[in-house]
Design a protein around this ligand. Structure first.
Ligand SMILES: *[C@@H]1O[C@H](CO)[C@@H](O)[C@H](O)[C@H]1NC(C)=O
Ligand SMILES: *[C@@H]1O[C@H](CO)[C@@H](O)[C@H](O)[C@H]1NC(C)=O
Ligand SMILES: *[C@@H]1O[C@H](CO)[C@@H](O)[C@H](O)[C@H]1NC(C)=O
Ligand SMILES: *[C@@H]1O[C@H](CO)[C@@H](O)[C@H](O)[C@H]1NC(C)=O
Ligand SMILES: *[C@@H]1O[C@H](CO)[C@@H](O)[C@H](O)[C@H]1NC(C)=O
Ligand SMILES: *[C@@H]1O[C@H](CO)[C@@H](O)[C@H](O)[C@H]1NC(C)=O
Ligand SMILES: *[C@@H]1O[C@H](CO)[C@@H](O)[C@H](O)[C@H]1NC(C)=O
Ligand SMILES: *[C@@H]1O[C@H](CO)[C@@H](O)[C@H](O)[C@H]1NC(C)=O
Ligand SMILES: *[C@@H]1O[C@H](CO)[C@@H](O)[C@H](O)[C@H]1NC(C)=O
Ligand SMILES: *[C@@H]1O[C@H](CO)[C@@H](O)[C@H](O)[C@H]1NC(C)=O
Length: 453
């Protein structure tokens, strides 16, 4: 590419990032005013013995609280106890508050979980074609909804779902613990999540989402359990949390192949900070592989990634279309990790045979800065697409301790720049091989400005 064009590109990137202020998402906090009305789930006949099914109590309570939506909203209070339930739906201007010692238990009987249509951006259930189970707690087209507590617990009792998944006896795709679709001003905070059947928190087509001060845990061997999945959503802040799951801890997505391309809703303006992440068989932080609506303007800082298969992974494949671009990741500590960074262009399957093999995804402007890592087996695998090499992969000040005997970096179809990186990266990520330096520096410079906003 001619230098003049590169410089022009660099300049336009700098201006765009500045204008979008992607680093400030966590600084905007939706108001958390106390609700003027509060009722206890006990008033609706709930029994907290861990055996009585309380689905109807939750549904009735929320139906009643709907009448307060235009009166400043209301709180549904869940006292200490074990509250077994099937799936139920929230309403707008509602706070679901779980007292210390309150445990919401997901029923292990699939008939207590409704079936819903697949998400339009996926076209089918993610695990099986057709419908999927509704999540335990869900909200559709809501505004101003808070799921919080004094460290109450939402326990999905997911072991039965993991067994059905592994023995191929599921009839529909597994449910999640908390899912919001097409909602605005969503807060999930001050709670513990245990044993999700699949994902823990799944905002889809949402805006202004805050996930703060939560703890998520599922056994390392639980299949494809994921912590938080911002999916075709914008203005998402995830902070001060601890996640330990079987697969990815945080996974950013935006739809699947032709369905995601047609739905065309990106995940953008995401800020992740001060999180402790472990993912035994996946990646602490993953982008994709479902990313057909695009993922951009993501800022990750002050994260501690440990005891994971990989640290940070970008996944895509031909047929996805879409893009992953303008991602800045800084101040990262990695420990006990097989592969620190991955960017893989042949990762993931297709929803059906109708995907467009010529829908080539783009990976561009990925910056990793101020990273230290110890006990890392492999530094990075950057395997781009011949039709669309990964571009402007920028590594600054990255220091990884890896065994002398292992291959540190594997690169193909990738163009980038690096400075102060050890072990020494592959020539594709070196200014003497390509000329990404101007782009990388301009990203850094513009980022420096927006970080101070
Ligand atoms: C985080 O949650 C715990 C209870 O789980 C609470 O004691 C603490 O005050 C919360 N911290 C913040 C910063 O909200
Ligand atoms: C929150 O609750 C979980 C599960 O009961 C417990 O393990 C954890 O220590 C609690 N955290 C705080 C900060 O109280
Ligand atoms: C799937 O459907 C079959 C046939 O209706 C049923 O026997 C089985 O229990 C179902 N599996 C699950 C996990 O619900
Ligand atoms: C979490 O709990 C702390 C301590 O009770 C409280 O100060 C804070 O406002 C809560 N945060 C959210 C986002 O609910
Ligand atoms: C990297 O670390 C240096 C020195 O601590 C700091 O000045 C710089 O702001 C850091 N970069 C980022 C992106 O946080
Ligand atoms: C190094 O990390 C691996 C996982 O990648 C882990 O199995 C091993 O125990 C770690 N070694 C030390 C000394 O912590
Ligand atoms: C490099 O990153 C480390 C943290 O990972 C930081 O302490 C150090 O100051 C950084 N150096 C520069 C020159 O930015
Ligand atoms: C890197 O990723 C590519 C693409 O998935 C894979 O074929 C290759 O085996 C990986 N290399 C290493 C050393 O893991
Ligand atoms: C880039 O490659 C050259 C030649 O292989 C090497 O001397 C130099 O140290 C490399 N620079 C970086 C930043 O890795
Ligand atoms: C790379 O770009 C820099 C800055 O734009 C320029 O000075 C240098 O000559 C270019 N190098 C090559 C090999 O094109």
């Amino acid at each position: 590419m001619p230098v003049a064009l590169l410089l022009l590109l660099a300049l336009s990137i700098a201006i765009r990032i500045d204008a979008e202020e992607s680093s400030g998402v966590c600084d905007f906090k939706p108001g958390l005013k106390p609700r003027p009305h509060s009722v206890s789930i006990l008033e609706f006949g709930a029994v907290g013995d861990g055996k009585t099914l309380n689905t109807l109590a939750f549904q009735n309570a929320i139906f009643y609280l709907k009448s307060f939506t235009d009166k400043g909203g209301a709180q549904l209070y869940v006292p200490p106890g074990k509250w077994l339930t099937g799936s139920f739906s929230l309403t707008s201007h509602l706070t679901l508050f779980l007292e210390k010692g309150a445990v919401i238990l997901g029923s292990q009987d699939p008939s207590h979980w409704d079936l819903v249509d697949p998400l339009p951006s996926y076209g089918r259930g993610i695990e099986l074609p057709g419908k999927r189970y509704r999540s335990l707690i869900n909200g559709d087209m809501l505004t101003d909804v808070v799921v919080t507590g004094d460290n109450g617990t939402i326990d999905g009792q997911g072991s039965v779902w993991w067994d059905w998944f592994e023995s191929h006896s599921l009839n529909y795709s597994r449910p999640h613990l908390v899912e919001f679709t097409s909602s605005d001003l969503v807060v999930v905070s001050n709670l513990t999540f245990l044993n999700a059947p699949a994902y823990n928190i799944h905002p889809v087509y949402c805006s202004n989402v805050l996930v703060q001060n939560i703890s998520v845990s599922a056994p390392g061997e639980s299949p494809y359990t994921i912590g938080i999945v911002p999916d075709s959503s914008n203005n998402v802040c995830i902070e001060d949390s601890l996640i330990k799951v079987g697969y990815d801890a945080i996974s950013l997505k935006s739809g699947w192949d032709e369905y995601g391309i047609a739905y065309d809703r990106p995940t953008q303006d995401v800020h992740i900070r001060r999180v402790y992440l472990q993912s035994s068989s996946g990646s602490s932080i993953a982008f994709g592989s479902e990313m057909s609506g695009g993922i951009s303007n993501v800022y990750v800082e002050q994260v501690y990634l440990y005891n994971s298969f990989s640290g940070i992974e970008f996944r895509t494949t031909k047929g996805r279309g879409g893009y992953i671009k303008r991602i800045i990741i800084s101040n990262v500590e990695l420990k006990n990790i097989n592969m620190a960074f991955g960017a893989i262009g042949d990762c993931g399957s297709h929803p059906d045979d109708s995907f467009d093999p010529n829908a080539i995804p783009i990976l561009d402007q990925i910056t990793l800065q101020n990273v230290t890592g110890s006990n890392i087996t492999m530094a990075g695998n950057f395997t781009g697409l011949a039709e669309s090499p990964f571009t402007s992969i920028c590594l600054f000040n990255v220091s990884l301790t890896i065994p002398a005997t292992s291959t540190s970096w594997t690169c193909s179809n990738v163009i980038g720049f690096s400075e102060f990186v050890s072990p020494e990266p592959c020539p594709e990520l070196n200014s003497s091989y390509s000329n990404s330096s101007s782009v990388c520096y301009s990203i850094l410079k513009s980022y420096g400005k927006s970080a101070n906003l």
